[in-house]
Design a protein around this ligand. Structure first.
Ligand code: NAI
Length: 468
């Protein structure tokens, strides 16, 4: 069957990249359809990623606080875990969010075409519904927004029961006695934190000799120390060679990367979190002559693929695999399609790890600046010297501002501390306007707030930090 509508744009994928693109297209008066095969909109982020993980991180953080920190505040309680209810509130919030996207589609006159989308030659998208029926959509522009999927590891077969990926780890039916996490990246540490706080012993096996590659090394060191204090065990420089699941549990075998004897750990569950790969297989790209690279990424130039009228955004193309980056891509891509000016500054895509304390940063790390041979100055401020953090007994961590040695332009900010996810945006704005560290240092911040630590760190660049 051929739909008689000719769409200005058909977007394949309804995650943060795709749904933001679709809504922006609707706002700009383009006739838009979004093809999504999942029963709900929102993609990995809303359904099995950012949102459910944050629901569990929030609930488990309060559970852990009730069991320990509350007593410091004079609140004596013995928390009892109701895992079913914790999972239910997560599902309820996720349901409301995915329905919200449906509402926004209706409001902006975007058609949600349910089914699996595949390009069937120039200007054509074939959608196969769950019942097997096929409809072909005519499109002036096709935007690939199919996102990514967890990377597999040979010898470790994900069954979503004993051996889980990020999806399975959001729905374990009971708290594991021992959870082994493969990969000390953001997913491993966030989801590891959830189950650690609910009572699991957590061992993280990481290939590199540090955690969270990409994070400023000084911050990563503090982060590792903090997580270790919380009970995490790290086996760094170790390569997992296999995991064998049985009815009773999983045996995980690993060996030192540098060479040496293999070891085996017994676990109740294993979480495989070694990265994600673009989800670009079976998309009919060959029908328009687009060949993804060896890792599955589609090469683009300002979201244009090598095929006229075919665009790609988000995790399917290069750049940080983050929901908010995909959103930026989606909006910019549609604006270009609509003849406007769409632009994304990839240097200013912030990163956040939603553990406790949180880690957040934007711009260059010290390692990157050194590699570029760029002269920079550093200002640093610890949360132990921030009055609000002290009052709240949340003094772990610090803020570090990196500024150009000659011009004072802020090049990066790195923070580990209480709810720093909510503070990094200040620097995203400042850096978008190419602020100098002095601009932040001379900006009045409300007292007492944790945000004063940002100002104090900026003051530290010129050595006039005041609070101590
Ligand atoms: P990741 O790329 O952040 O970390 C994977 C880790 O696994 C790396 O440290 C790597 O060295 C290690 N590794 C790779 N192969 C290994 C092996 N065979 N044995 C042991 N260790 C091994 O990947 P992750 O955590 O799976 O996240 C995937 C993507 O999702 C990332 O791009 C991440 O930024 C994004 N994400 C972002 C979140 C956020 O912004 N809060 C939350 C969740 C995911």
């Amino acid at each position: 069957m051929t739909d008689t509508t000719t769409y200005d744009v058909v977007i394949i994928g309804g995650g943060p990249g795709g749904y933001n693109a679709a809504i922006r297209a609707g706002q700009l008066g383009l006739k838009a359809a979004c093809v999504e095969m999942r029963g709900t909109l929102g993609g990995t982020c809303l359904n099995v990623g950012c949102m459910p993980s944050k629901a569990l991180l929030h609930a488990s953080e309060l559970f852990a606080a009730a069991g320990s920190e509350f007593a410091t505040l004079g609140i004596e309680v013995t928390p009892k875990l109701n895992l079913l209810q914790m999972m239910k509130q997560k599902a309820d919030s996720v349901g409301q969010l995915t329905k919200g996207i449906e509402f926004l589609f209706k409001k902006n006159k975007v058609d949600w075409v349910k089914g699996r989308g595949r390009i069937a030659g120039a200007g054509k998208v074939e959608v196969t519904a769950e019942d097997g029926s096929v409809v072909t959509l005519a499109a002036k522009n096709i935007v690939i927004a199919t996102g990514s999927e967890p990377s597999p590891l040979p010898g470790v077969d994900v069954d979503q029961e004993r051996i889980v990926d990020s999806t399975g780890a959001l729905s374990l039916p009971k708290v594991p006695g021992h959870l082994v996490v493969i990969g000390a990246g953001i997913i491993g540490l966030e989801l590891g934190s959830v189950w650690r706080r609910l009572g699991a012993k957590v061992t993280v096996i990481e290939y590199l000799d540090r955690i969270t590659p990409g994070m400023d090394a000084e911050v990563a060191k503090t982060f590792q120390r903090t997580l270790t204090k919380q009970g995490f065990e790290f086996r760094l420089g170790a390569k997992v060679t296999g995991a064998k699941a049985s009815k009773k549990g999983v045996s995980v075998t690993f060996e030192p990367v540098a060479g040496g004897a293999a070891e085996t750990l017994e676990a109740d569950n294993v979480l495989l979190a070694i990265g994600r790969r673009p989800y670009t297989e079976g998309l009919g790209l060959e029908t328009v002559g687009v060949t993804p690279d060896k890792r599955g990424f589609i090469e683009t130039d300002h979201f244009r693929t090598s095929a006229p009228g075919v665009w790609a955004i988000g995790d399917a193309i290069h750049g940080p695999m983050l929901a908010h980056k995909a959103e930026e891509d989606g909006v910019a891509c549609i604006e270009i399609i609509a003849g406007k000016y769409g632009h994304v500054d990839y240097n200013l895509v912030p990163s956040v790890v939603y553990t406790a304390p949180e880690v957040a940063w934007v711009g260059k790390t010290e390692e990157q600046l050194k590699a570029e041979g760029r002269a920079y100055k550093t200002g640093k401020f610890p949360f132990t010297a921030n009055s609000r953090a002290k009052i709240n007994h949340e003094t772990e961590g610090f803020v570090k501002v990196l500024a150009d040695a000659a011009t004072d332009e802020v090049l990066g900010v790195h923070m580990i501390g209480p709810q720093v996810s909510e503070m990094v945006g200040e620097f995203c704005v400042a850096m978008t306007f190419r602020a100098a560290s002095e601009d932040i240092a001379r900006t009045c911040h409300p007292h007492p707030t944790r945000s004063e630590a940002l100002r104090q760190a900026a003051m530290g660049v010129e050595g006039w930090t005041m609070q101590a």
